[in-house]
Structures are given as structure tokens and as C-alpha cells.
Design a binder for this molecule. Structure first.
Ligand code: ATP
Ligand code: MG
Length: 484
């Protein structure tokens, strides 16, 4: 059974039960109120009759006088009988021809009794009120019985019941239809989600979204969550697709070059240029495969990181000396570093710095300058690599840390970049609970900053630690593992 049908049925059933209880209570209440009123009236008539009878037995009133008195009383639909203690009828009103007591079993009762009776001869449903009559000395003289036919009341009750039933059924029918419509409307987003999911599966198209335009209630939230999940899935899927394409592309170019040079060598014999080209492509491929392996290990959480105390000031000086000699035509400068210690893997942190400095040198024209600095602020150490090179366009800046992202594909391929250096740097920095970002202006230069939580800081770097993904830092890992 569909949720819609179930909801409608539950709703209608609840309404039916409520209406039934309401109708039943209403009927009972009205019945009770009518009876109560009737009983009051009968009690009052009985009292007056008793008084008249007592006066008459004292000789003051005669039968016709009683009759006359009674005629003046309201409630003429009542019939009155007065019975003596010995069972003989003393008096009866003329409006009912009935010689038997209205309610024989209650006739000798010592207390007042009200009973629902059915007069056997006429088959009339009536209420009979019996009150004993005592004289002033307390002697039981007989009883007065007042009868009120219930036919009108019964008819009214029955009519009311019928009206309630018909209205109840109508309301139930309307509620059922309205319930179906409302449930259908409320569940429409679910239906949309279902349809969208089906279309995605059928067409293998992750770009579809749920076109939900309702209020941000639970279903709205569900639609939103679903769309967000799809966004993420689509992005991951695209990234994976792009990754495979990029890897194949990056591998194909050096392979083609190798093949070409090999053909040349086979035909004309080995020459220095061909061999150099082949060596360069091999190096490039080796580096690419190494980078890919590292990223794959990082992704699967199997890249072990050493956990030792690293003096960043020593590290930056090492990197400075190492890169100073590589920088053809670009001046590398180091501002005096402040001492800073962090916990982490010295080789990996050095790799980050080397990646940044080689980038800076690579993307700075001859005569330019690259400045390294290390400062300390609060609980953090800040490593900065600035250059006055070509810079990065604003629209590319958000993507440079993505795998295989290169600002100018054609040119950077010649320079030798694959586009993995910054994504590796980002991963390493984040594994150390740090942050990395870039500021740049085209033609003016770029500054890359690495922020790392300091070991010797007094304040625990909560914010940096909590926002970073927790990746395994294995204390026992050996260097030969991490260089794999
Ligand atoms: P790889 O580092 O894998 O050899 P790469 O240097 O091209 O290749 P990344 O280091 O990831 O790749 O850098 C990504 C892109 O960001 C570069 O291709 C380049 O366009 C841009 N970029 C990085 N650093 C700088 C910089 N200092 N100045 C200008 N552009 C830069
Ligand atoms: Mg690089």
C-alpha cells in the first residue's frame, strides 16, 4: 500500500472514530438532558398531586375538584394515576384509558422510582415516575404514578441520529478525498526525488537535480540534501573522470616522444639530442608516477608520516641553500627566520617548501626575485614563498591546488609541470593540521603561505586542528617507507 493511501486511510479512520464518539456523546447528552428535565417536571406534578390527595383524604377536596386542579397544571401530556395501598385505583386522569398500574413493580416501593416502561397493550414507550404517598403520621397510603410518553423524544433522537449519520458519512467522504489530495501534494517532492533518482539511473546522468520549489520543511530539506549529495557525487565523478583522462594524457606524451626518438636512433644511430630528450621524458614520467603513487597512498590513508619534532627555521635554511643553486637567473633570498618548531614529518614538510620554491622559480622570469620567510604568530608558524613572477589569474586561483590543474596548459607543459605539485603540498600541509593558500596578481607575482600549528605554542591550536581532516601520522614509520 502506498504511503499516500496509508496516510489517507489512517486520517479517515481517525476522523471516523472521532465523529462517532462525538455523535454518540452528543446523543447521550441530549437524551440525558431531556430525561432530566422530564423527571423534574414529573416530580413537581407528583408533589402537587400528593398534596391534593392528602387534602382530599382530609375531606377537603373531591374527585372533580382534583381533576379541575390538575387541568390547571402544565404538562398535560402526562397521565396521572393514584393508587391506594390495597391496590385499588383512587384516581386517574382521563387522557389515558388504562386500568392497570403504569409501572406495577414499582407500585409498592417506599422510595420514588423512575423507570422506562413499555405499556404492553398500546406498545407505548414511556417514562413512569412513582412516588409513595405518606400521611402526616408517616403511614404509607399508596402511590402516585406519572406517565410521560417518550414517542416524541424517541422520534427526535432517531431523526438526530439519522442526520448525524448522513452528515458524518458525507464529512468522511469529503475528508477522504481531501486527504488523498493533500497527501498527494505533500508527498509530491518524494515522488520527484524518486523520478529524479530513476532518471539518473536510467540515463547515467548525474547533472539532474530535484526541481523543488516548496517551503524548507522536512521534505524540502530532503530534496536539498539529495541535491547536495548529487552535487558532491557529480563533482567526485567528474574529478575521477578528469583524473583518468589527465593521467593518460600525461603518460601518452612522454611515451610518444620516447617512441619517436627510439625510431630515430634505430634509423640513424644514437645521437646526443635524442638521448637527452629520452632521458628528460623518462625523468618526467618517473616523477609523474612517483607523484601519482604518493597521492594514491595519501587518498587511501596508507601514506605513513613521521611524527618528529621539526625545526622549521633549520628546514627553511636547508631549502634556501638547495634552491639557491638551481635558480637560473632568478634571485632567491631568505629573510632571517624566526625560530619555530612543529610536530611532523621533516621530509614531507621539506617537499612542500621545495614544491613552492621550484614553482616560484619556474614561474618567475629571469631577473626576478623569490623571497622565503618564516614568522611566528600566536600558536602558528607561517612559511611564505613570494615571487615577483607572472602571477596567477583570479579565476584560476581557486583551482591551483587541484590535481593536474595548470593555468596555461601548453606553456607549463614545456616548462615541465604536470600540475600535481601543489595538490601534494596541500595534502601534506593538511595532514599536519595546517592550511595553505595563495595570493597572486597577474604580472606582479604570487605569495604562497603555509600555516602550521606550533609545537612550542602555549595555546592549543584548536581551530586549525578541528577543521582539518585527520590523516594518519605514524610515529614508527621509517624514512624508507615515506620515500616509497
Ligand atoms: P608540478 O609541480 O607537478 O611539476 P606544476 O608546477 O605545473 O607541475 P603545481 O605546482 O601544482 O603544478 O601548480 C599548479 C599551477 O599553478 C601551475 O601549473 C601554475 O600555472 C600555477 N602556479 C603555481 N605556482 C605559481 C607561481 N609561483 N607563479 C605563477 N603560477 C604558479
Ligand atoms: Mg609545481
Amino acid at each position: 500500500m502506498t504511503i499516500r493511501a496509508r496516510l489517507t486511510l489512517i486520517y479517515s479512520a481517525m476522523l471516523a472514530v472521532t465523529s462517532f464518539l462525538f455523535g454518540f456523546s452528543l446523543l447521550r447528552l441530549l437524551d440525558w438532558a431531556w430525561h432530566e428535565q422530564l423527571r423534574e417536571s414529573m416530580r413537581s406534578v407528583a408533589q402537587q398531586v400528593t398534596e391534593l390527595i392528602l387534602n382530599e383524604t382530609n375531606g377537603a377536596e373531591s374527585q372533580p375538584a382534583i381533576r379541575k386542579q390538575l387541568a390547571r397544571m402544565p404538562y398535560l401530556s402526562f397521565a396521572v394515576q393514584v393508587w391506594r395501598q390495597d391496590g385499588t385505583l383512587l384516581f386517574t386522569t382521563g387522557n389515558v384509558e388504562y386500568s392497570e398500574p403504569f409501572d406495577a413493580p414499582s407500585l409498592h416501593s417506599r422510595d420514588e422510582v423512575v423507570r422506562d416502561v413499555r405499556l404492553s397493550a398500546e406498545n407505548v414507550h414511556a417514562l413512569v415516575y412513582t412516588a409513595p404517598i405518606y400521611d402526616n403520621n408517616g403511614a404509607h397510603l399508596g402511590a402516585v404514578q406519572i406517565l410521560s410518553p417518550l414517542t416524541t423524544l424517541d422520534a427526535a433522537s432517531e431523526r438526530l441520529l439519522r442526520v448525524i449519520l448522513v452528515i458524518g458519512l458525507l464529512v468522511l467522504l469529503l475528508a477522504f478525498i481531501a486527504g488523498l489530495v493533500i497527501a498527494g501534494q505533500v508527498l509530491q517532492p518524494i515522488e520527484m526525488i524518486n523520478q529524479t533518482a530513476k532518471q539518473i539511473t536510467a540515463a547515467d546522468d548525474l547533472s539532474k537535480r530535484i526541481p523543488y520549489k516548496g517551503p524548507p520543511d522536512e521534505l524540502g530539506q530532503l530534496a536539498l540534501t539529495f541535491n547536495t549529495t548529487l552535487d558532491r557525487l557529480e563533482r567526485l565523478f567528474m574529478a575521477q573522470r578528469r583524473f583518468v583522462a589527465d593521467v593518460s594524457h600525461e603518460l601518452r606524451t612522454p611515451l610518444t616522444t620516447l617512441q619517436g626518438n627510439l625510431d630515430l636512433i634505430r634509423r640513424y644511430g644514437a645521437d646526443a639530442i635524442s638521448l637527452e630528450a629520452m632521458e628528460s621524458e623518462l625523468k618526467r614520467m618517473t616523477r609523474l608516477v612517483g607523484d601519482l603513487l604518493l597521492l594514491a597512498q595519501a587518498d587511501s590513508g596508507r601514506l605513513p608520516l613521521q611524527e618528529s619534532v621539526v625545526d622549521l627555521d633549520t628546514l627553511i635554511v636547508e631549502v634556501y641553500h638547495q634552491t639557491k643553486v638551481l635558480s637560473q637567473g632568478v634571485k632567491v633570498r631568505l629573510t632571517p627566520p624566526e625560530p619555530a618548531r612543529v610536530k611532523g614529518d621533516p621530509d614531507r614538510l621539506k617537499q612542500v617548501l621545495l614544491n613552492l620554491v621550484t614553482n616560484a622559480i619556474k614561474y618567475t622570469p629571469e631577473g626576478g626575485e623569490v623571497v622565503l620567510s618564516l614568522t611566528v604568530e600566536g600558536g602558528y608558524a607561517f612559511l611564505r614563498v613570494s615571487d615577483n613572477g607572472i602571477g596567477i589569474p583570479k579565476e584560476d586561483l581557486p583551482y591551483i591546488f587541484e590535481r593536474f590543474y595548470r593555468v596555461d596548459k601548453a606553456r607549463e607543459r614545456q616548462i615541465g609541470g604536470v600540475g600535481l605539485g601543489l595538490s601534494i603540498a596541500k595534502w601534506i600541509v593538511e595532514a599536519h593540521h595546517g592550511r595553505i593558500w595563495a595570493e597572486s596578481e597577474v604580472g606582479k607575482g604570487s605569495t604562497f603561505t603555509v600555516q602550521l600549528p606550533r609545537l612550542d605554542a602555549e595555546i592549543e591550536p584548536e581551530s586549525a586542528r578541528d577543521t582539518r581532516p585527520r590523516l594518519p601520522i605514524l610515529g614508527a614509520a621509517k624514512r624508507k617507507n615515506s620515500s616509497a
